[in-house]
Write a protein that binds this ligand. Structure first.
Ligand SMILES: Nc1ncnc2c1ncn2[C@@H]1O[C@H](COP(=O)(O)OP(=O)(O)OP(=O)(O)O)[C@@H](O)[C@H]1O
Ligand SMILES: [Mg+2]
Length: 218
């Protein structure tokens, strides 16, 4: 089993959005996947309750995470995705330690970029590979994204080579417990998620039982 953590001390960066979309991408690829919801707001768990289908989200805590991870591995899960809370150092550190790979969603604005160091330090303390993923990027200009990318590269903070853009389909499906992969499978949001998922899978060595049908649908 592989474990992926979505961590950012900044609120609203896109942790839950990316956790749910990556979980559905993994499910579409034929993997056994679940989400560990470490956030007391339980947004991922509420989404999964409305969804009433795989992938399932389970509410957990920093204290319970290792136990849950052990159970998930014993149960034959291929991938556990941890969605974590903002402004919570210890749970975020526990999530990083549990992970094979840490993704740090970040908006391409100076306020968000300035705040990224704290999260990156947690992943570094946990000695886990971590990558910033620029999320909700401006679709009308690449300027902010390129500037943000350069700023982090100058600080030697690794940045995912692709990007996720601001698109309504990322949030439109949440009320009925869906994602952009299902409400608009041929859309750009789905293609961006598919690209990110494939990149993550290669980074952590996930074996694919079948081709991802998000790309086939697109
Ligand atoms: N790429 C995107 N395009 C459009 N809307 C987005 C995108 N990413 C996130 N959002 C929206 O931004 C808001 C915050 O996203 P999300 O809840 O995923 O962030 P978070 O990091 O999990 O927040 P928190 O720190 O509160 O847990 C949500 O309303 C979500 O629908
Ligand atoms: Mg969240």
């Amino acid at each position: 089993m592989r474990t992926l953590a979505l961590v950012s001390q900044k609120g609203g960066a896109g942790k839950t959005t990316l956790a749910l979309h990556l979980a559905v991408a993994a499910h579409h690829a034929g993997l056994q996947v679940a989400i560990a919801d470490l956030d007391p707001q339980s947004s991922a768990w509420k989404w999964s309750e409305r969804r009433k289908d795989h992938p399932e989200a389970v509410v957990t805590s920093a204290e319970q995470l290792d136990h849950l991870k052990g159970q998930a591995a014993a149960g034959g899960l291929d991938l556990l995705i941890i969605d974590s809370a903002p402004h919570a150092d210890r749970p975020a550190l526990v999530a990083c330690k549990a992970a094979d790979l840490v993704l740090i969603p970040c908006r391409a604005s100076i306020l968000d970029i300035d705040a990224i160091g704290q999260t990156y330090d947690l992943a570094t303390i946990a000695r886990k590979p971590s990558w910033v993923v620029f999320n909700a990027c401006n679709t009308s200009t690449e300027y902010d994204l390129e500037e943000a990318r350069e700023g982090l590269q100058q600080r030697d903070i690794p940045v995912y080579p692709g990007a996720i853009y601001q698109r309504v389909s990322f949030s439109r499906g949440f009320i009925p417990g869906r994602t952009a992969l299902e409400i608009e499978p041929a859309g750009r949001a789905a293609a961006e998620v598919d690209e990110l998922f494939r990149w993550v899978a290669a980074e952590i060595g996930l074996q694919m039982p079948q081709a991802s049908n998000t790309v086939e649908a697109a």
